[in-house]
Design a protein around this ligand. Sequence first.
Ligand code: ADP
Length: 396
Amino acid sequence: MKILVINSGSSSIKYRLFSMPEEQVIAKGLLEKIGEEISFFSQKSAKGNFETRKKIPDHEAGITFILSTLTDKDQGVVGSVDEIKGVGHRVVHGGEEFTSSVIITTEVISKIQQYADLAPLHNPPNLMGIFACKKFLPSATQVAVFDTAFHQSLPPVAYLYAIPYDFYKKYEIRKYGFHGTSHLYVTKRAGALLATSDPTVITCHLGNGCSITAVEKGASVDTSMGLTPLEGLVMGTRCGDIDPAIIFHLVSKGYSPEELNTVFNKKSGLFGISGISNDMRNLFEAREKGDERAKIAIEIFCYRLKKYIGAYLAVLGATDAVVFTGGIGENNATIRFESLKGMERLGVIIDEGRNKRAAPGQETLVSADNSPTKVFVIPTNEELQIALDTFAIARN
Ligand code: ADP
């Protein structure tokens, strides 16, 4: 069965076409700068790499172009769009409504619209992808896969903020958590490596956005992102945890709430501290050359991560494994080492040699043989998780 996975952002659409159950990627592509003068398109498949530039005014035109490329006589990989039996859509916010992936019905669409209030930058473009696919692939099963769903198992003690309870009841203000598809995927892979279906693990997703999750017997019980993806770890451009009074103080200095929203989301984190870049590779280069702010940015990143790992070790008690994933988690041995260093008596002993030798793109054990808690590097694959969920639903 052919399953198309769609990740529709404000000005881009990423897609992957899978053949299931073989989990084989037949084609993957990216359309960027939708709505601008010139949009960029690229696709990789057995037919080779195809790149082109043309004006794509909106998401509907974007999906049309993607489908025509997938069926094109030169670049195409399927004879007709009718071969695509299921479409899995990444949806960022599913609120308290969705605990797992669901078929997209009119009610589901209105719920996604409702939660756009909590995710104004994400849910509306996710919906544009859904509408376009429903229009052009009317007989395919359309499935929504929510970033928040895996974290719906959080208990109230983890998801309630210590603010007036009415805010939760009236405005649904609580911790939702994000990156759920990634945390779920690496949890399942860790389970496979540990030979258990319900592992107790701490999963660290460290990409541009970063989050960490405490998973008890296969269920998320705490996670670092909150009402929005701003809370928690230090990220590329997001500040993570800060004292909320900083906002009031800066408002009194003349900043508007909108300006501060931009500062904390787009100009903080690694970029804000270093003043150089949000990209960890650039910070390592700068640190090599003696840049003090790059050095402290990296240290703060690791320190915050270590604090959360320690907190989640306490939350879970006995933990089977700590898992690193995402661009930084998978590729940066120094970050893994620095954030686990000194935790030997907490039961986490990283093996320096194994950690350094971990090859990109491979699932690797990097803890020492005498470490009570294992440490794994596991490449994430959110698209595959979306395809698996969509296939399971479309098959029935
Ligand atoms: P996104 O969250 O946008 O998907 P990624 O998961 O690709 O981002 O993570 C981006 C981060 O991962 C950047 O800070 C980058 O420096 C780091 N990264 C990606 N690839 C590598 C690599 N091969 N070596 C070291 N760091 C990497």
